[in-house]
Design a protein around this ligand. Sequence first.
Ligand SMILES: [Fe+2]
Length: 141
Amino acid sequence: MIWKEKYELGVPNIDEQHQELFRRIDEFMANLRSADPWEEKVDVVNETLKFMNGYVVEHFRDEEEYQQKIGYPGYEMHKKIHADMVNYVLHVTEEYEKRGYDEKLLQQFSGKLLAWLINHVAAEDQRIALYAIEKGVTGNE
Ligand SMILES: [Fe+2]
């Protein structure tokens, strides 16, 4: 598990969603690494892509709503970062539909997802938590 406590924002539903994202990417990477034939790996790949296209969009929406609720000044910029990620996931999904099980494409995808998530949650999302603390607004009430 690659989740770390320092990633917490102190907003329970967002923190749970982040943990779920880490868990799913972890599972996806373990599946890609396994020696099983691709025919057996393809289910997890399909599931992961479905998850990334659904859950991630919902998660971003929840996180953006929270930012608006606390009046986070970096909201527009943050929203743009989310939108770029959604587009990237869509792009990979289209490539996957064209190319099928392509080890290189999927390896790149999982690596980029993990790097993006760590970087985003540990840096960008933490700014939201800092702002909430500074302003004394947690939005949890
Ligand atoms: Fe975010």
